[in-house]
Design a protein around this ligand. Sequence first.
Ligand SMILES: Cc1ncc(COP(=O)(O)O)c(C=O)c1O
Length: 403
Amino acid sequence: MSAEPEGHRSVSSHLSSLPLKTMFKPADRMSGIKKSATRLLFDLAPAGSINLGLGEPDFVVPEVVRREAVRVIEGEHNGYTANSGIAPLKEKIAAYHSEGLASPISTRSVCVTNGAEEAIFAVMMSILNPGDEALLPDPCYLAYQPIAEMAGAPQKYYKLRAANRFQLDRESFAGAVSERTKLVILNSPSNPTSCSLSRDDLRFIAGRLAGTDIYVMADEIYREFYFDEPPASISEFYDKTIIVSGLSKSASMTGWRIGWAVGPEDPIRHVTVMHQYISSCASAITQKAAVAAFSDEGRQATAAMRVQLKQRRDVMTGAIDRELGLPYVAGDGAYYVMLDVSRYGLSEDVSMKLLESRVITVPGGAFGSEGEGFLRLSYCFEPALIEQGIKRIAQGLRGSSES
Ligand SMILES: Cc1ncc(COP(=O)(O)O)c(C=O)c1O
């Protein structure tokens, strides 16, 4: 065993003589920030449960991407990359988000991150000061609220009304924008509702924000999963837009951790500085392999996933009609169904009860007040599992009394 250097030994002996602190006191910004409700439910589920709660596609990663990953692991060094990402990937991302825009996006407008989640964090933290208002959808993805909270930004909500099949309530949006609003978050297609914002609604939002300094963070991670028309992007109508997206869903690459933020150069420069101090850069291997996801072969693989998801949506809605006969909203994208279980009580209680029938669902109330009364069910799994999961829900609800 090598001897401990002199200086090192004196530091460790000094530390061991300090009084023991038993209570860890986290930073104030962490107060009230908890593990998400979905994780808690997963932890409680009995063995053999069918997980309709997970938001992760089960598709095999496109072969062209896997082949490229193996090639770069075996043949290249793969050290740190530029903080904002490798040029060939940024070129692909810029070209992809330029489709449908009047003027093309430059690579200086792109910052590649470790998944869309890091992009969301870096964008929100780079824009929001304590006291600035962040305007969020209700219901919405579980990460936005805690990050706004960590930034010290009060949250206001605009409604995606359950009573109107989770469509934008324009009055609620217009009324929620204030002098203090600094950032508006859009998520289309949405997690949890699977509904997209219509072109008209996006025009309305752009009109309401015109002439202000408000930025929009448009989370478009589900953009490739649509069933009729491709969803429109607010970036077509509003310049101060930062899109966050990635390949977690469209190439089934959740564990590869690849995402990005794309927007005007000024804010992206700051997002890149934030990203530098979070993680330096996204994995070199993943970045290089990710270029292949934009090839014809990669995009065909995404198109094939889209076709399968549409079939799976029909499997799930067919099973709900047959086994449950309950109302639901299936949306026009992503891979979630919002099942109306309001007659059985609070969504969290219903979800907990269903664990006894070994099926995991996510209570809609976790996503906001408009989600209450619903369960979010994912259908990004094999049809047989979807069918069996719905049967277990039917069995569980038969044992529950209507309230
Ligand atoms: C709306 C939304 N945004 C962002 C993410 C995070 O994506 P990533 O895995 O790329 O970090 C998710 C993941 O479920 C999501 O649903």
